[in-house]
Design a protein around this ligand. Structure first.
Ligand code: ATP
Length: 246
């Protein structure tokens, strides 16, 4: 269980409280600058909150040794770092004791085909898939026990549609084992399809926290995103969210 109480981080996050239960998938939505990345960094223990406390499985985040935390939670950051000219295989080996990509990860991310290639010679979407694989392999034994905290900042950025869906299904399946997943992005329809819970952020606060259907409502989305929203049904009666400007 992840519990955050009255977080406050100088001008970047304000008075945020929640509890996240094992097995939950939360999608974090909000306009640019709303505080999504800041929140994920704080939950990862990379940035201490100025006020308030976060506990992970009953223990305060700041009481975890760095190595213990690195085996318990993973944070996939928005930026793709490719400063070194490493091969994909070398890059994975920095993060995981085992060199083998678990079959479940390969099925969703499909990176074995370019293991020997340099990270710098991959496309943006391919690099993103490697980055995801690396982050998940970092805590794979914990994920297998269903005790991981997965914090993913805009992981679908750059992925083609099939890989966006494969990733969302993978995250659902990992949550099904008991892992907690917090994923930020800007795709309302992915949240509609795959989130169990949505945190809608605006101006460094969570302004709505609840079941996907409760949060993804026209008036609420229009207010937060300052954009017109139309929610309809497709031919198979699935909800479809469209955004537009007048
Ligand atoms: N390192 C930093 N130091 C100070 N302020 C920062 C820093 N990083 C971000 N900010 C500011 O904090 C606020 C929240 O930024 P954050 O990156 O968390 O937003 P976000 O919701 O992830 O946005 P986006 O959708 O653009 O990724 C913004 O006003 C931003 O300018």
């Amino acid at each position: 269980m992840l519990h955050a109480d009255q977080l406050h981080l100088t001008a970047r996050l304000d008075d945020i409280s929640f509890s996240l239960l094992p097995g939950q998938v939360v999608h974090v939505l909000g306009p640019n600058g709303a505080g999504k990345s800041s929140l994920l960094s704080v939950l990862a223990g990379l940035v201490p909150p100025e006020k308030g406390a976060i506990s992970l499985y009953g223990k305060n985040l700041n009481e975890y040794a760095l190595g213990e935390l690195a085996g318990r939670r993973t944070l996939m950051e928005q930026q793709l770092h490719t400063a070194f000219s490493l091969s994909v295989q070398e890059s994975l080996s920095f993060y995981s004791a085992s060199p083998d990509i678990p079959d479940e990860l390969e099925a969703a991310l499909e990176i074995r085909a370019f293991l020997s290639r340099s990270l710098n010679h991959l496309s943006g979407g391919e690099r993103r898939r490697v980055q995801l694989c690396r982050g998940l392999m970092q805590i794979w034994p914990t994920i297998m026990r269903g005790e991981g905290l997965l914090l993913l900042d805009e992981p679908v950025q750059g992925l083609d549609f099939a890989h966006q869906h494969k990733l969302c299904r993978l995250l659902g399946s990992l949550a099904g084992r008991g892992n907690m997943v917090v994923v930020s992005h800007h795709q309302l329809n992915l949240a509609q399809m795959y989130a169990q819970r949505v945190w809608l952020m605006s101006e460094q606060r969570i302004v709505a926290d609840g079941h996907t259907d409760e949060v993804l409502q026209q008036h609420q989305l229009e207010e937060v995103f300052q954009c017109r929203v139309r929610i309809g049904l497709d031919s198979e009666q699935n909800k479809l969210i469209q955004t537009y400007l007048d």
